[in-house]
Design a protein around this ligand. Structure first.
Ligand code: EPZ
Length: 421
């Protein structure tokens, strides 16, 4: 398909109600996890995004029968899967291809997956995942750009993570769900998608307790059955829409979200002077006056999520005062700020810290997306700016946000997709 750009005519106020899509980072774990089932799985509330399309391709290449039962529902029959190899062409399409390691290891006792791709936001090693597989009794090797893991029998054990890792926690849960005996993960990640994946596996008959705390206990099962499961709403899309509402001095209600997942962002927005009101499954964001600067340090859940640091930093470029952002999770997650500087932002990045001196106004300019959440940041900047912003390299945005410009336009934004020059 020919490359496209988004053309944003900035300055519109976002108003109204919008429904959030299903979680990307949950879906990209749940889809590979269906390989562990002995029967058909029906997965609902799956976002219509490129990362999901890529995973559907990967599941089909492995031999699974995958059918869309609607734009957001999949029927996956993993019984016909007969290989444990994932090629470079497939794995490089996304980071979450590493979940095939845990899922295939659980299913076949072996996995051979090319090194994963994904956003270039730091070195992103997966040594913790491999240590976890080794603890379960697998031989692991990284050679020639491929990762292999093989075990005559996976045996439940204690797994201690030196560093909290979302991907590592999920990968070990996947393999341990089919191991003999009990696995206890210490220093586990507590992100909402870790909990959702555990709930999904439990709906297939797994015995997982403690997800959402830093100790997860998994009693391995010989067989897991098919299931029907709806993934949770997307925490990061919810947050991006909240930030976009504030950035445009808007008044937006985001429906179908889980407000408790948004506490860290809501608290920061309120500190900036934005009104945030929670209901059972919706959040209303209303910007009353000019917003103040705040300091942010990204942390593991329930701290401020690194995935919202980028759109939030765009909002802070027009705050009153100077904000300091410390990015503690990834080494290189400020590249979007170079682009927003082209729009008039005053920004200085020193190592993993960004110092943002608020300016009264951004001005539209051509900008290029360098990673998924950086793309969301550029959309926020374009919505705030005076004049026209052209956003290039949309593939990153399309990987993780379902029809984002349509959603924003339904709230009053002026965004068009056009062929890129
Ligand atoms: C997941 O990445 C998400 N991706 C990321 O979202 C998210 O930013 C991140 O968790 C943190 O919340 C998916 O869910 C597919 P980590 P992941 O393992 O699993 C280091 C987005 O935009 N580390 O928790 O890769 C690692 O380098 C994406 O949606 C090791 O050193 O994150 C990083 O510095 C981007 N060794 C830190 O830990 C390991 O074995 C956290 O990584 C594993 C990780």
């Amino acid at each position: 398909m020919a490359k496209e750009k988004m053309v944003i005519s900035g300055g519109a106020t976002l108003e109204g109600t919008i429904r959030v899509s299903g979680g990307k980072n949950t879906s990209v774990a749940v889809l590979p996890a269906t390989l562990l089932a002995d029967d058909v799985c029906h997965i609902e509330n799956v976002p219509d995004i490129e990362d999901v399309h890529a995973l559907v391709d990967m599941l089909r290449k492995l031999g699974a029968k995958v059918d869309y039962e609607g734009p957001n529902s999949l029927r996956i029959d993993p019984r016909t899967v007969d290989t444990w190899h994932v090629s470079y062409a497939e794995a490089k399409r996304m980071r979450a291809s590493y979940y095939f390691l845990g899922a295939l290891l659980g299913r076949f006792g072996k996995a051979d997956v090319a090194y994963p791709g994904g956003c270039k936001i730091g070195s992103r090693p997966i040594d913790g995942h491999l240590k976890g597989f080794s603890a379960l009794g697998a031989e692991t090797e990284v050679k020639g750009g491929r990762i292999t893991a093989e075990a005559a029998e996976l045996k439940g054990t204690d797994v201690f993570f030196d560093l909290i890792t979302v991907g590592g926690t999920i990968n070990v849960m996947l393999a341990a769900a089919k191991a003999r005996g009990t696995t206890v993960i210490y220093n586990a990640a507590k992100e909402p998608h870790v909990v959702d994946l555990a709930n999904f596996l439990n709906s297939m008959g797994a015995k997982i307790k403690g997800a959402g705390t830093d100790i997860i206990r998994i009693r391995g099962q010989e067989k897991l059955h098919g299931t029907t499961y709806a993934v949770i709403p997307d925490q990061i899309e919810t947050g991006t829409l909240m930030i976009a509402a504030a950035a445009t001095h808007g008044d937006v209600t985001i429906e179908g979200c889980i407000p408790t997942h948004m506490e860290a962002l809501s608290a920061k927005l309120m500190e900036m002077g934005v009104r945030v009101t929670d209901n059972d499954d919706s959040i209303r964001v209303k910007m009353l006056a000019a917003h103040r600067s705040v300091n942010i340090k990204t942390q593991v859940y329930p701290g401020f999520p690194t995935d919202l640091q980028q759109p939030m930093s765009a909002l802070l470029t027009t705050a009153h005062g100077t904000s300091v952002i410390q990015e503690t999770i990834f080494e290189s997650r400020f590249r979007h700020l170079d682009e927003i500087a082209r729009m008039g932002a005053h920004v200085r990045v020193v190592d993993r810290t960004a110092i943002i001196e608020g300016v009264p106004q951004l001005y539209g300019a051509p900008v290029t997306v360098t990673d998924l959440r950086g793309g969301a940041a550029l959309l926020v900047a374009g919505l705030m700016a005076r004049g026209i912003t052209e956003v290039y390299e949309l593939d990153y945005i399309d990987r993780g946000y379902e029809h984002i410009e349509k959603k924003l336009c339904s709230l009053g934004a002026d965004i068009r997709r056009e062929p890129a020059d």
